[in-house]
Design a protein. Structure first.
Length: 345
């Protein structure tokens, strides 16, 4: 593999044997620590803006923007906090005459205590891939964080137009955060570090399950509350309550009522089925719709299995009234009527 080094713009913390500046310490993300194991840290880019953004800077040149990251070495090395505080320009070698290749743009940390390069520094650099009929991205050495893969077409050079950056760039940035935070742009291929770790997978909140060994879509626990009978509704005059059930789940209430007409038959006020509003029951205070509805009445269907009509629930009072019945039909004494209505709690 050929490594090409740009001008150093990358600051590092806890790497140099001496000379770490106050600016180094302030700029590098020393507070970010998401574990991958007992001693390893999840390396990655620190979210915020568009860190380490890539943009074409010439036929064969690419600009990498500012950003901060953690770069994990071996278990013995630990993780290196780094910060790129100025855009870096990378120049790619010409393409092979016959085959394409894939080069990796990386943040790399050199530490003479753990490698043989004999230097202590952090760089943004290119690790060149092998030319091949079907090229693959290069394998990275330790203490190296992949940012972008760049496909170098066969024959690419400045003299023939260079690289089409729109087609060549593949975003390989992965993100890391402090322990307990939600990892942005997570992936199913990431292995969670602990039970209950959270990640955002394409806009879906996922939770790592150690038992299942996979990311699972997070669903908040159901806060289920129930009530029955007179704790839910009180029958109005001319009606006898036989059954009432109420369930509150995740902020939604459903009320079901079975109520018998024990007063006299009640006919429509006109041939079109419109009724003079007939009170049926009142929903208890704890089970009424919330205040966002004001006093606007909420409609639903009422049926006695022979005919049907419409009723209205008034949120602030909980009063439920029958307001229409089938055209020309009658609300018949001794028939059971059924109502079900659902609304936000």
């Amino acid at each position: 593999m050929v490594r090409r080094h740009p001008t150093v713009t990358v600051r590092s913390a806890w790497l140099l044997p001496n000379g770490q500046t106050r600016e180094d310490t302030r700029l590098t993300p020393v507070g970010t620590f998401a574990p991958e194991s007992e001693t390893r840290t999840r390396d990655g880019v620190i979210p915020g803006g568009d860190p380490f953004a890539a943009a074409g800077a010439g036929a064969m040149a690419l600009q990498i923007g500012v950003g901060r990251a953690l770069v994990q070495g071996t278990d013995a090395q630990g993780a290196y906090p780094v910060a790129n505080d100025a855009p870096a320009i990378l120049t790619f070698a010409d393409g092979d005459a016959q085959f394409a290749r894939i080069d990796a743009v990386v943040v790399r940390v050199y530490d003479e205590l753990f490698d043989t390069d004999g230097q202590n520094l952090a760089r943004i650099e290119i690790i060149q891939g092998e030319r091949a009929e079907t090229p693959t991205a290069p394998t990275l050495p330790s203490a190296c964080l992949r940012l972008w893969d760049v496909t170098i077409p066969a024959g690419a050079s400045a003299g023939v137009g260079g690289i089409d950056w729109t087609a060549a760039l593949a975003d390989r940035r992965r993100y890391t955060v402090a322990v307990g935070a939600v990892v942005p742009r997570g992936a199913a291929s990431d292995v969670g570090a602990y039970d209950g770790q959270y990640a955002d997978h394409g806009g879906v909140l996922k939770r790592w399950s150690v038992t299942a060994g996979q990311w699972q879509t997070y669903r908040p626990p159901s806060d289920v509350q129930t009530a029955t009978g007179a704790a839910v509704v009180t029958a109005a005059s001319g009606w006898t309550l036989h059954n009432a059930q109420a369930v509150r789940v995740s902020g939604m209430i459903t009320v079901r009522v079975q109520i018998e007409r024990t007063g006299p038959d009640y006919g429509p006020a006109s041939s079109d089925g419109n009724l003079a509003d007939l009170a049926m029951f009142t929903v208890a205070a704890g089970w009424r719709p919330n205040g966002i509805y004001g006093v606007e009445r909420m409609p639903t269907i009422v049926t006695d299995s022979y005919g049907d009509g419409a009723g209205y629930l008034t949120p602030n009072t909980g009063l439920f009234e029958l307001v229409s019945w089938g055209p020309g039909a009658t609300v018949v004494k001794n028939r059971w009527h059924r109502v079900m209505i659902t609304y936000p709690a």
